[in-house]
Design a binder for this molecule. Structure first.
Ligand SMILES: Cc1cc2nc3c(=O)[nH]c(=O)nc-3n(C[C@H](O)[C@H](O)[C@H](O)COP(=O)(O)OP(=O)(O)OC[C@H]3O[C@@H](n4cnc5c(N)ncnc54)[C@H](O)[C@@H]3O)c2cc1C
Length: 538
């Protein structure tokens, strides 16, 4: 049996990113994937006739441009185009549109409140300041504040410098921002309920918290800190669906001589005398290497694929306590044509936006109450997009693909597994809500793929189907992600590394955990670094 320099477990976009940078450094790398397709939660699948669905993730912004350039992803077919704004339908027949164009955005807000329209400038500047701060940390390893190693101390000093540059008041604001609720944050700027509601959605996407829960202001940031073509805060569609991201990274990996093996699920890591020696696959085969990198979430890595006796007790306990709760579902829909939305003019650019159907902060919080009660939201927050309005490759001419990301949706219904009846009920609550604003929607549905957190867990292997591989709360960020003392992509097992979204800086199609892990591995192996640092585009 051949021995490799490195094995990467999981061909999601982070595993592929690590694999590509290691292969670029000249290592002999194999990336193994349990499914018969690659991409993990960054995937496009053909499940119905000529439609391609972005089955899980559906919009792009977070992918670090440094990675895009270093791996020359454009040469491997990746093209991301921005889409326009967002739309919130109101129960009274009106709507609130959010536009990229500053004047249009101002006019629309002023339609509700001139005071709020004026406040937007400060809101935007303050939020962007937090974005700029966090963007600087993304492609860097978080320092360990307890290690006292020169490298960690230097990084702490650098972070201290960044905070000091902000000035005394803004340090205070930053700490408040990182710990407060998105509702409280928005209350500081705006009065109008629908405006606050429209902005609050980004604070709870993928999160098992409500808009009133402390920590959700930071989650909002996680949805603003990306960019498309240098436009910070913009989101876009990858042509062909988000699978195009994973496919492009896989192309870069293979062009460096890397080997991809699908239908190769890992059963256990092979550990000998505290050192990793390889992996044992579900089919009994073994593959050997002295470096093994797990792109699976931290729970699956250490609680499922490793014997407890191989791990320090405290580490094992901390992994058990890691918060990774399922709170989101997804419905992918093949449509016979473009649905109409009578509230907006026929030629409105908002047809190209992401659409939402909850118009008050009260309804947003109540949607979370359902999740706490152990069921899906009966009045759900839906982030709905129709990628085929700008990408004709995902459906036949004149037909459309609609993606509905749904918050909230629990891993278990009332403490038990999902039944088909539950799934039908979940689908009905989503379909009913959309058809309240689009009378022809239901008649246009040809096929729907309903994905609960349980389905996502079973298919992608993410514990509870948590989209970020773990909550993005302060207790699980930076040097605490995934657990204190192990936030630098290494594990208690010599040679076993972590590169998935459970690591700094977290989930989303970002590639940053994968790139940062590769840099640490190459440093340990004393190989030249192939991973870019921030290009300083800010
Ligand atoms: C429903 C949903 C919607 C989302 N929407 C967006 C969005 O619009 N935009 C955005 O930026 N982010 C979004 N996200 C988040 C983003 O997709 C994820 O955070 C990101 O894709 C995770 O990437 P990863 O490489 O770290 O892990 P994953 O994509 O989870 O990859 C892990 C890989 O490991 C494989 N694996 C698991 N167990 C084994 C095993 N035992 N052996 C071998 N292989 C194994 C899996 O099959 C998978 O391929 C969404 C996620 C979900 C689930």
């Amino acid at each position: 049996m051949k021995t490799y320099d490195a094995i990467v477990v999981g061909a999601g976009h982070n595993g592929l990113t690590t694999a590509a940078f290691l292969a670029k450094a000249g290592l002999d790398v194999v990336c193994v994937e349990k499914n018969d397709y690659i991409g993990g939660a960054t995937v496009s699948r053909n499940l119905y006739k000529d439609w391609w669905y972005s089955n899980c993730s559906y919009v792009c912004s977070l992918l670090r441009p440094e990675i895009y350039r270093a791996l020359e992803l454009h040469k491997h077919g990746l093209q991301v185009t921005p889409y326009g704004g967002s739309l919130t339908f109101m129960e009274n027949g009106d709507y609130f549109g959010s536009y990229h164009d500053e004047e249009a955005a101002y006019r629309e807000m002023a339609r509700f409140s001139r005071k709020d329209a004026d406040a937007y400038k400060n809101y935007s500047a303050d939020t962007m300041r937090q974005c700029r701060l966090i963007r600087d940390f993304l492609l860097r390893t978080a320092p360990d504040p307890t290690s006292f190693k020169p490298r960690d101390l230097m990084e702490l000093v650098r972070i201290g410098g960044k905070l000091t540059e902000m000035g005394e008041d803004r340090i205070g604001e930053t700490i408040r921002f990182w710990t407060m609720s998105v509702a409280d944050y928005l209350d500081e700027y705006f009065d109008t309920d629908v405006i606050k509601t429209a902005f609050s959605g980004s604070g709870i996407i993928g999160t098992a918290l409500g808009i009133q829960s402390p920590g959700t202001a930071y989650v909002l940031l996680h949805h603003y800190m990306g960019d498309v073509d240098g436009n910070v805060g913009s989101w876009g569609f990858a042509r062909g669906g988000t699978g195009a991201v994973a496919n492009a990274i896989a192309g870069a990996f293979q062009s460096e001589g890397g080997e991809l093996r699908t239908e190769a699920g890992v059963d256990k890591f092979i550990v000998k005398n505290g050192k990793v020696a390889g992996i044992a696959l579900d089919n009994g085969d073994e593959i050997h290497a002295s470096v093994v990198v797990s792109a699976m979430d931290v729970k699956r890595t250490f609680l499922t694929c490793m014997d407890k006796s191989d791990l320090p007790e405290k580490f094992h306990q901390r992994v058990e306590n890691f918060k990774i709760r399922g709170s989101s579902g997804k419905i992918n829909i093949a449509l016979d044509g473009l649905p109409t939305f009578p509230a907006i003019p026929k030629d409105s650019p908002l047809y190209f936006s992401d659409m939402h159907f909850i118009d008050s902060m009260e309804r947003m919080e109540r949607a979370y109450d359902d999740w706490k009660d152990g069921t899906w939201s009966k009045d759900p927050y839906i982030d709905m997009t129709i990628p085929t309005t700008s990408d004709p490759t995902m459906a036949p001419p004149g037909k459309h693909f609609m993606s509905c990301f749904v918050q909230y949706c629990p891993r278990q219904v009332n403490g038990r597994d999902w039944t088909q009846e539950d799934k039908d009920g979940f689908q009905k609550s989503v379909f009913d809500q959309i058809s309240n604003y689009s009378p022809d929607f239901k008649d246009l549905v040809l096929h729907a793929e309903v994905r609960t957190p349980q389905d996502i867990e079973n298919e992608i292997g993410i514990t509870e189907g948590n989209i970020f591989h773990g909550e993005l709360t302060m207790d699980q960020l930076m040097f605490n992600r995934p657990v204190p003392g192990y936030a630098q992509y290494r594990s208690p097992i010599d040679g076993l590394y972590m590169c998935g979204s459970s690591n700094h800086p977290g989930g989303g199609i970002m590639g940053a955990p994968g790139a940062n892990a590769a840099r640490e591995i190459l440093s340990d192996l004393k190989r030249p670094n192939t991973v870019p640092e921030n290009f300083g585009d800010d």
